[in-house]
Design a protein around this ligand. Structure first.
Ligand code: AMP
Length: 278
């Protein structure tokens, strides 16, 4: 199946006029460099909608001035091939000028608590950029459902809030984290890791797995779980490691169906995030 490449907003409007009223759209927003994590979102969308649109846009406003916007991997031809072989109906890949027509632009502000802890604290302005671009994509594409990975836990929680607080007529569908065979959560940034760095990075999924195991064995105290985890994460440059509820407030005791273990760490120059939803 050939995926249609849509690279202007006008072409997107034209594409939408070809759909029937009974059709449904699933949107998978991405920054490209597609991997099996993205493909799992695509598969879920295909199972739930008549049409699946993947957006590919490396959004400049969610990168800080010292972050990897220029180095971020880009390969549209490979992404288009992957989309075609995975039955994606259309790829929306606009230019920056299309998505940000004015330099003095309207921007969304994340909520004070959820938006400014963890990633929001370390990456200043990041979630403002994420929420703004996601709202633009949701307005332009008007999907019935939009798919987001649990890998980016705080992003997912904020987009759920965006949809709820702004009364958006879209269902936000969370999708589980996909991992490589060695356990490392798939990420477009993993290509930055040397083989030695990758070995160190594997301490992250190993730690989350050990915490999961301890919880299954009956441990409910966050302090004890974090102490075990900190031991295992030695050698990594940890930015945060915490056990929280779905508002990202720290929890003393694990709550079933309401707890997330969050880790962010640097290995060399590469920043990795991972988490465990309990
Ligand atoms: P990105 O291209 O990194 O902006 O990611 C696009 C979407 O794919 C986001 O909703 C991510 O949470 C999701 N995603 C990224 N990596 C994974 C993964 N390993 N498993 C599941 N979803 C993922």
């Amino acid at each position: 199946m050939k995926t249609q490449l849509i690279d202007t907003i006008q072409a997107l409007h034209d594409y939408k006029t070809t759909l029937k009223p009974e059709d449904s759209i699933g949107l998978v927003p991405t920054m490209g460099a597609l991997h099996a994590g993205h493909l799992s979102l695509i598969q879920k969308s295909k199972a739930q909608n008549t049409h699946t649109i993947v957006s590919i846009f490396v959004n400049p406003t969610q990168f800080g001035p010292k972050e990897d916007f220029n180095q971020y991997p880009r390969d549209l031809q490979k992404d288009l091939f992957l989309c075609s072989t995975n039955g994606v109906d259309a790829v929306f890949a606009p230019t920056i000028a299309q998505m940000y027509p004015h330099s003095d632009t309207i921007t969304l502000a994340p909520p004070k608590n959820l938006g400014y802890v963890f990633e929001g604290f370390i990456r200043e302005g990041h979630f403002s950029g994420v929420l703004t671009i996601v709202l633009k994509l949701l307005h332009l594409i008007a999907p019935n459902r939009a798919y987001f990975g649990q890998k980016d836990a705080q992003q997912l929680l904020l987009i759920q809030r965006l949809s709820h607080d702004l009364f958006l007529p879209v269902q936000i569908i969370p999708c589980p984290t996909q991992r490589d065979t060695d356990g490392l959560a798939l990420s477009s940034r993993n290509i930055y890791l040397s083989p030695q760095e990758r070995q160190i990075a594997l301490k992250i999924p190993a730690t989350l797995e050990a915490i999961k195991q301890k919880i299954q064995e009956g441990q409910t105290q966050s302090a004890a779980l974090l102490a075990i985890g900190k031991q295992m994460l030695q050698g990594l440059d940890i930015e945060y490691f915490a056990i929280c509820d779905h508002h990202l407030s720290p929890l003393d005791t694990i709550q079933k169906d309401g707890t997330i273990v969050l880790v962010a760490a640097k290995v060399g120059k590469t920043r990795l995030i991972d988490n465990l939803w309990i």
